[in-house]
Design a protein around this ligand. Structure first.
Ligand SMILES: Cc1cc2nc3c(=O)[nH]c(=O)nc-3n(C[C@H](O)[C@H](O)[C@H](O)COP(=O)(O)OP(=O)(O)OC[C@H]3O[C@@H](n4cnc5c(N)ncnc54)[C@H](O)[C@@H]3O)c2cc1C
Length: 461
């Protein structure tokens, strides 16, 4: 029986595991805790253009507009065209959505949501189904990909080889490489760096989406959803002055807040005008109250945080990487779906579609290991990650420029860190340096405009 290994227990990995198990594959899913994924934290929902009055074309146009025309059109059509299949897949699992909302950049209320905790409900139901289907769950960190001569043979876990005919990288993105993020601390992109070093190029690494309204709590950063601004909350400085239209795209709002903070001012989200905040946003209300902020009475202190990595291991339309037998899906992968900026709630759609699609690809490719070559494993320590996070936040953060990016690269040379993480960080800085323009999430103050000659993806190997 063909053995497939899935690395990562988020929505992409769980979806692929279910689809594989249904087709009779022997599936092992290696995860570091299902609740420790970004999928589990997803709040708003999943964008599906399947309602009356909506159309895939409208969704495609919204996606390309948000992506600032860097999207791969064929990929966009392919993913969005499979919304109906994704919806049916979720319905068959018994998932029930509560509502459809509109989010920034969407021309239609096509975001399917459950109590602002969509990711939690989706993850739970996928996990239960995968268990029922006999997926073998192994808790732990896959330390390295087992690759020789651009052929994947599985992964190393606790120094031992776990042999797979096909390996699916579903290990999420690399937002945890930036100092502030509300996402999982585990999303360092180590295996993305590993894949790059072993022969699978990455792409679009310079595009990191920053969410405007993070909140620094006692036990880490939390997210105050965009929906709060949508409901009428205003952004103000400590002097009570408004400085931006709150409904502008995320990158515009994030930069406006960043500039206020750089000038030494504090920034607050004033939600006191929202009627029944507690009833409308119960989870946000609960965590803020716990932190001593009553959003019905007090302005909420906020700052921008790293939220989503658009770049990842470069895959084709069918989620194959350049390494034979190695596939990548979800946030770990990149094939031009998001362009230079992700349209809100498109990532959960991508997770389901890529998870289902990659299984069809594996069925067609029929990867099979006949003879195992000698494979070497080297134990590595992550190293001084905190210093690296500081460097990326400072030099490859919300506002960039050539001098800063070159400084960042120089500093990177002296950080003692896992070589694979260094390779990935170098790719982020170098791609950002090469992209001498501003587009979507990538803002260069020395090149503040979009330039036609950069309307193409940048690869990193
Ligand atoms: C706070 C927050 C809110 C969001 N809200 C939305 C939303 O409303 N709608 C939307 O579309 N998107 C949203 N997103 C983005 C979305 O949640 C993610 O893009 C998506 O869930 C990624 O899913 P994934 O399966 O690719 O990876 P993840 O969910 O990140 O799961 C992958 C997991 O793999 C594990 N892992 C990593 N390396 C290894 C290893 N070597 N071995 C074993 N395990 C490993 C880690 O635990 C990692 O978290 C949000 C993100 C955040 C942080």
């Amino acid at each position: 029986m063909t053995k497939v290994g899935v690395v990562g227990g988020g929505i992409a990995g769980l979806t692929a595991a279910i689809a594989l198990a249904k087709r009779g594959y022997d599936v092992t899913l290696i995860h570091a805790g299902i609740k420790k994924t970004n999928s589990y934290l997803a709040q708003a929902g999943i964008a599906l253009s399947i309602l009356k009055g909506d159309s895939p074309k409208a969704h495609v146009l919204d996606t390309i507009k948000a992506g600032r025309y860097l999207n791969d059109e064929e990929v966009v059509w392919n993913v969005i065209g499979k919304a109906s299949e994704a919806y049916t897949f979720l319905m068959r699992l018994g998932l029930e959505f509560e509502d459809n909302e509109i989010e920034g950049g969407h021309s239609f209320p096509r975001v399917f949501t459950i109590k602002n905790e969509t990711g939690k409900h989706m993850t739970n139901i996928l996990y239960v189904r995968a268990k029922e289907l006999g997926v073998n769950f192994v808790q732990g960190i896959a330390e390295a990909l087992a690759v020789r001569d651009k052929r994947a043979y599985g992964v190393f876990l606790e120094g031992e080889l776990m042999k797979f005919d096909a390996t699916i990288l579903a290990s999420g993105g690399y937002t945890a490489l930036f100092k502030y993020t509300a996402g999982s601390e585990l999303n360092l992109g180590t295996l993305i760096g590993d894949a790059i070093m072993k022969g699978a190029p990455a792409r679009d690494l310079e595009f990191v989406q920053f969410h405007p309204t993070g909140f620094m709590g006692k036990d880490g950063v939390k997210l105050v959803s965009e929906a709060v601004r949508g409901a009428g909350a205003k952004l103000i400085t400590e002097d009570g002055e408004r400085f931006v239209n709150e409904l502008e795209p995320r990158d515009v709002v994030a930069r406006a807040i960043y500039r206020q903070l750089q000038s030494g001012k504090k920034v607050f989200l004033d939600a006191t005008g929202i009627e029944d905040f507690k009833g409308r946003f119960p989870q946000i209300y609960a965590f803020l109250k716990k932190e001593g902020v009553d959003p019905e009475k007090d302005p909420i202190p906020v700052f921008p945080i790293a939220h989503y990595s658009i770049g990842g291991v470069s895959v084709d339309l069918w989620y194959r990487t350049e390494i034979e037998g190695l596939y990548a899906i979800g946030e770990a992968a990149s094939n031009g779906f998001h362009g230079a900026n992700r349209l809100a709630s498109n990532s959960l759609l991508e997770c389901i579609v890529s998870g289902l699609e990659v299984v069809r690809t594996i069925c067609r490719d029929r990867p099979r290991i006949r003879k195992l070559p000698e494979l070497h494993y080297f134990a590595r320590d992550a190293g001084d990650i905190e210093f690296l996070k500081d460097v990326l936040w400072r030099y490859a953060g919300i506002v960039r420029d050539g001098k800063g990016l070159r400084d960042g690269l120089r500093r990177l040379e002296n950080i003692e860190v896992d070589e694979r993480i260094r390779k990935l960080a170098e790719g982020i800085l170098k791609n950002a340096l090469s992209r001498e323009e501003s587009r979507g999430t990538h803002f260069r103050q020395d090149y503040p405009y979009m330039r036609k000659e950069f309307e193409r993806p940048l690869f990193w190997s």
